[in-house]
Design a binder for this molecule. Structure first.
Ligand SMILES: [Zn+2]
Length: 193
């Protein structure tokens, strides 16, 4: 790999940048031939393989870590009585490849004075949450605000999507009614992460 780099000068490319002409190089990783011009498919560092006459772009995209105040959307992959784990797929509305998992402490979502609230979320629910702490590298999430909570959910009985009817989520297929801590746009399609 070191041989591919010309000294310590690292050439960076953005998607679409012209890297070479096709007579000189073949498109390698993350590069393509556009009418005789080799262009970058992704942002990254340009690596010229002189032996193979190939030009590659080494992707340098690093997933941004969720920060306090960020809004994340994902799917509940572990649901216990006091905590749920949310596999994060969107960070502030944009897809993230980070593979982050956040934790929601359900004790904090308790209804005022009436003990443990209804089932706040279930396995597989799509949930929008806000990052309230990243202490000890743990992404601590809250669903307390009206726009936060479950935005899509499937019927526990038959597996069809639930719809909001009269303030409760109902299955049009089997009539099952379920409760959650819903976001104010629950059931809207397409989902707004
Ligand atoms: Zn159903």
């Amino acid at each position: 790999m070191k041989d591919e780099l010309s000294a310590n000068k690292q050439l960076r490319a953005l998607p679409g940048d012209a890297l070479a002409v096709a007579e000189e190089y073949l498109p390698g990783d993350n590069a393509y031939d556009a009418d005789g011009t080799i262009r970058a498919l992704k942002a990254g560092i340009v690596l010229k393989d002189l032996k193979e006459k190939e030009i590659n772009v080494k992707s340098t995209a690093v997933a941004k870590l969720p920060d306090v105040g960020d809004v994340v959307t994902g799917q509940i992959e572990v649901a216990q009585s006091s905590t749920s784990n949310l596999k994060i797929y969107y960070l502030n509305g944009k897809p993230t490849q980070g593979g982050f998992v956040g934790i929601i402490f359900l004790r904090e979502e308790r209804g005022g004075g009436r003990g443990m609230r209804r089932t706040a979320m279930k396995l597989g629910d799509v949930v929008r949450a806000k990052v309230i702490s990243t202490m000890n590298a743990m992404i601590h999430l809250s669903i307390g605000e009206p726009h936060l909570g479950v935005i899509a959910s499937l019927c526990s009985v038959c597996g069809r999507p639930l719809f909001m009817m009269d303030g409760r989520a109902q299955c049009k297929n089997c009539g099952n009614v379920e409760d959650r801590k819903f976001a104010d746009d629950f059931g809207r399609e397409p989902i707004q992460p």
